[in-house]
Design a protein around this ligand. Structure first.
Ligand code: SGN
Ligand code: CA
Length: 510
């Protein structure tokens, strides 16, 4: 009897010892195009040596997607393994994530994992299932940010949000129970609007010209009229003070084309020293611009805004990448690398001037895609590039499989472990998408399907369908819906769309 008890004790400790740690490094609005390892026209400029280092030692997914391209809904899907209509978090506003439902941190915690989340949360209701959490209220701030504490109080921390989030996560790792596996979510505000880089990175892109995407001056022809009604154009909706960092009091009465509705709250948060460094960078550049703006064409002004936008956006990415490096170094130095899964992802993609836009929301490729890089020693092959289409519904079941736990039947995603091992058979051939939010940036609700070659979506508000040929029109400049030569594809996609809606138990359109 004693022998069997010892045997089962040994077996249990063996399983326990094998359970890998999970470090989930996450950012907000990080476009694939701004990660070097993804290749493309920014590969030489994108400041991501550490994300690249993770990719080189693990796997990078080019075909990684969200189910609803907006912050809270993407995060709710990650935690629940379900599409928005099933987890109830359809849009950023509302009552918050229903925390009585099954979530992956609760499951891992219940199975003996130490769990923690730091940084951007954005699910309105407080985190549940974590031993420790410290989160940004709402969107949070870049400079001298406030963090919401577990006791409900708010504390302000001097410095730059991305650095602070990582330091908190590392401090937690240092003090954790070393006997237990851990699940750590380190979630940055960056590179989200209002794109405020750390002071040390302000000059990083001086003298460089960032390549423009071919659709920067998209005329929105051949697609739904609603594209031209969006309010996320660099030209017409990128605010001078708020977004472009040309403050009103610097302008000396010079009129600039385009909106300037908001102030610059981030500047208001800075202390005198921070403001001084900020101004030393932006001041002279802004003055040089204001001096020549009178003789610039409208197109040149938009191009100037694009450069300003991109340099600041990439500047905020640089601190995220520093943080990834810090975390990887910490794992190396503490002998944790071998038994730790590290993931780098972001809640959705983002427009970096494609279609003339910033922001996300649409099912078009740039915002539908999520970066997804994973290293799992012994499972991922260094430098591998799985081609399967994965989605954020898949993260929770993947974590469960990694931890050796059963995947509940209600979960809608699939563990991606087979794709990591190069053993995926009968992998999904299509993805379902839904976008429910109305309001800011005026992107209409839409629901769609994507296969490896085509995309179809429906806009209930205008009763319109859009269809794209991703092979022949990768920039999605022309809807081919109702084009006779696409009749067969259209029929198949429509069928697949309805099949997916039934499969995922999506409710009727409202
Ligand atoms: C804020 C931003 C928007 C952004 C949404 C959603 N405005 O409202 O530009 O689309 O968040 O972003 S801001 O003035 O607050 O910067 S999300 O990633 O949180 O969903
Ligand atoms: Ca986001």
């Amino acid at each position: 009897m004693r022998f069997f008890a010892l045997l089962s004790f040994l077996a249990a400790s063996f399983i326990h010892a094998k359970q890998p740690n999970i470090v989930f490094l996450f950012s907000d609005d990080h476009a694939l195009r701004s990660i070097s390892a993804y290749g493309g026209d920014l590969a030489k400029i994108a400041p991501t040596p550490n994300i690249d280092r993770l990719a080189a030692s693990g796997a990078i997914f080019k075909n990684s997607f969200c189910g609803n391209s907006i912050c809270g809904p993407s995060r709710a899907t990650i935690l629940t393994g379900k599409h928005s209509h099933k987890n109830g978090f359809l849009r950023n506003s509302g009552k918050g994530l229903d925390q009585t439902q099954w979530t992956v941190p609760k499951a891992l915690h219940g199975a003996g994992y130490n769990t923690a989340v730091f940084g951007k949360w954005h699910l309105i209701s407080d985190p549940v299932g974590f031993d420790h959490w410290e989160i940004l209220p709402g969107q949070g701030s870049y400079y001298n940010p406030v963090f919401l504490q577990m006791d409900g109080s708010k504390k302000k921390f001097p410095g730059y949000c991305t650095d602070i989030t990582t330091d908190k996560a590392i401090k937690w790792l240092d003090g954790r129970d070393p006997e237990k596996p851990f699940f750590l979510m380190c979630q940055h505000k960056a590179p989200h609007r209002t794109f405020a880089p750390a002071l040390r990175h302000l000059k990083s892109f001086d003298g460089l010209t960032i390549p423009e995407p071919p659709s920067l001056f998209d005329d929105y022809a051949n697609r739904s009229k609603s594209l031209s009604e969006n309010e996320m154009e660099i030209d017409r909706h990128f605010h001078w003070t708020y977004d472009a960092k040309v403050r009103k009091n610097e302008r000396k009465g010079i009129e600039l084309p385009g909106p300037d509705r908001y102030g610059m709250a981030e500047y208001g948060r800075m202390n005198a020293g921070q403001k001084k460094e900020w101004d030393a960078h932006f001041g002279p550049e802004n003055q040089a611009f204001l001096k020549k703006v009178g003789s610039m064409s409208h197109k040149e002004i938009v191009q100037w805004k694009y450069q300003r936008y991109m340099k600041n956006y990439l500047g905020t990415v640089k601190a995220v990448d520093d943080s990834v490096g810090k975390m990887l170094d910490y794992l190396d130095k503490n002998g944790l690398t071998e038994n730790t899964i590290v993931i780098y992802a972001s809640d959705q993609g983002f427009y970096l001037g494609e279609h003339g836009w910033y922001d996300k929301r649409w099912m078009f490729e740039e915002s539908f895609k999520m970066p997804f890089v994973i290293r799992w020693p012994g499972v991922t092959k260094a430098g591998s590039r799985p081609q399967e289409m994965i989605q954020n519904i898949d993260y929770a079941p993947t974590f469960l499989e990694a931890a050796g736990l059963k995947i509940p039947a209600e979960i809608q995603g699939k563990s991606i472990v087979p794709t990591l091992k190069g053993e995926a058979k009968d992998w999904r051939k299509s993805l379902y998408y839904s976008y429910y939010e109305k309001g800011e940036h005026n992107v209409p609700q839409h629901f769609g399907v994507r296969t490896e070659t085509h995309k179809l979506f429906f806009l209930p508000g205008s009763d319109e369908w859009q269809m794209f040929d991703l092979v022949n029109d990768p920039q999605e400049m022309k809807s081919v819906y109702r084009q006779p030569e696409y009749a067969k594809v259209q029929e198949e996609l429509t069928k697949e769309f309805h099949r997916l809606r039934t499969h995922y138990e999506a409710p009727p359109f409202k």
